[in-house]
Design a protein around this ligand. Sequence first.
Ligand code: 5AD
Ligand code: FES
Length: 342
Amino acid sequence: MRKWLNEKDPRKLEELFGEARACAIRHVGPKVYFRGIIEFSNLCAKDCYYCGIRKSNANVIRFAMEEGEILECAMAAQEMDYGSIVLQSGERQDEIYVRFIEDILHKIKAATAEKLGITLSLGEQTAETYERWFRAGAHRYLLRIETSSPVLYKRLHPENHFFEVRRECLRTLRRIGYQVGTGVMIGLPFQTHEHLVDDILFFRDEDVDMIGMGPYVPHEDTPLVSAGHDPAENFRLGLVMIALTRLVLKDVNIAATTALQALDPSGREKGVQAGANIIMPNITPTDYRKFYQLYNHKPCLDENARQCRSCLERRIQVAGAEIGYGEWGDSKHFSGRQKNSI
Ligand code: 5AD
Ligand code: FES
């Protein structure tokens, strides 16, 4: 893996990506599945040094979509034939918020005849909260570890953010029965290739079902922006990480994330060609998108959900893959893990 992370020869890299795409076809099939993502609020209690919506960033206008608006997005996702949605927001743990999510889960399930799959990406919570949301109808959870190195984690977060808590949350989610997704940022300041190899081993050892990782892209209003950064190199590393993760983990779902497209106009289709099988089209109402910028150069800020749908449809066709419309496209790794435990 270290050798590949160092590989700069485009022909050799094409070979690696081709192998990874073939591995994806063999283990998870030829289709790419869409998850419509609703970024419904940027209120956040955390202060991660890399993130544009960290609580100390006073330049952000804060918003929280109302229940009715979120419900409308969910129904629109079903109309557009997306098999599932992702609800993402800044992190909050207060009871009003926990209850709000619980209610919205019930309502989405009822409004879509229980057909729409629901993934949550709402940060660190107590086991009780995760259980409540699971009972209310969520079945997948994304929580990036950000980096598998506790030392690097410390450098990227304030004192009161803990690697161990994050890892424990992943284990709790798994115990409750969620399909669990994690991931890292690639090309972070102070990050070495050794760290990236360890990240892949972390995914393997924690036995996760889904991976969402992407290049680190600096945000101008964050403390980390001054640390120096090579966008082309982070993009290359982003693709190599997808390919290596596919070849090592084989049957997990891997997302071609939006951050890839922040660094390269064809970023997401290249992600698919390097072994990813999930795309998360943005279905947040256009008016809110500009307030949810975790990093600079985020694409699709002026587009709406339908435009993103046709845009991504074209991109996936160009990449030579087929879209699994209307299907949940569950992680094959998760089904395997369920069978083994019966
Ligand atoms: N660059 C790339 N990804 C980022 N995230 C947050 N800030 C950045 C950034 N500057 C990612 C984190 C988080 C996810 C929701 O967005 O990995 O878990
Ligand atoms: Fe949103 Fe292309 S995916 S415009």
